[in-house]
Every structure is written in C-alpha cells, then in structure tokens.
Design a binder for this molecule. Structure first.
Ligand code: CA
Ligand code: CA
Length: 150
C-alpha cells in the first residue's frame, strides 16, 4: 500500500486542526485503501487522549486531493465511555463484503479496562461515521460476515 503522491503530504497535517495539548495526536496512524486498487484513499490519525465532554479519544480522517491532505471527518466512540478510543487502528479487510475496506478502532480501557473494538464501514470516499458494531467480549472468531451488517 502506498500514498498516491509524495509523502510530503503529511508534513503539515497538524496545522489543519488545532490539536488539544496532551491529546496524543498521532499515537496511531492507518492508511485505508477503500477500493483495494493499491492506492491509499484515506489517512487515519488517532488522538486517544483527546477529551471533549464525556468522550475520550478521537480518530481524525483525511483524504488525499491533488497535492494536499484534507481533513474530512472524525470518528468517535460511544458517549460516556472513556476508554482511549483510537489507541489502535487497523484496516484489516472488507468485513461486511460490500466492496469497501473497513476500519477497526481499539478502545482498550473501555468498560473498566476490559476494552472494546469498534468497527466502522468504509464507503465510496469516506467512512460511515457511526460504528457498525462494538465487540467487547473476547472473540474466538473475528470474521463473521452476517455479524457485521447493520
Ligand atoms: Ca484506493
Ligand atoms: Ca466494507
């Protein structure tokens, strides 16, 4: 997987937003190739200690356009759950088999440290902002097609 243009895209990402001091912005990075054509479409940057109201952690989503990296959306966990949402990120597969790669976001301290994994489904040019599933229990099988449909 690679970026469609130069890696200099990343240099000024932090200037597109005003990161909260101590939010741990950049703790985890993940590129997403939504259409699996070997060109990365999105860059995810987490800030697992970002605090806002009753939420802890955010994932900022950027797209690549011409010679710029452009902020397009933010992913959040469930309100009231302070579990360092975004401590881990991955885009392991097209979990719901709709032709678009999906994203998995870890919140390892949710539910008194038991941890959660959120699944967000990829779309044509971004990611559905509402998670499709939260997995809390230890999983014996992660990949189950019918389990991931909204
Ligand atoms: Ca692509
Ligand atoms: Ca998908």
């Amino acid at each position: 997987m690679h970026f469609p243009k130069s890696e200099t895209y990343i240099q000024s990402l932090c200037f597109f937003l005003q990161p909260q001091i101590g939010a741990y912005y950049g703790a985890e990075l993940c590129v997403v190739d939504l259409d699996s054509n070997t060109l990365s479409d999105l860059l995810l940057v987490s800030a697992p200690l970002h605090n806002e109201g009753d939420q802890e952690g955010k994932v900022f989503v950027y797209t690549f356009m011409a010679s710029q990296v452009i902020y397009i959306q933010v992913l959040k966990g469930i309100p009231g759950k302070r579990g360092r949402f975004g401590m881990t990120l991955a885009s392991p597969a097209d979990l719901n088999r709709d032709g678009k790669m999906d994203v998995v976001v870890g919140a390892p301290l949710e539910d008194n440290g038991q941890g959660s994994i959120y699944i967000f489904n990829g779309r044509n040019a971004d990611i559905a902002p509402t998670h499709s599933q939260v997995r809390k229990k230890r999983m014996t099988t992660f990949y189950c097609h019918s389990d991931f449909i909204l």
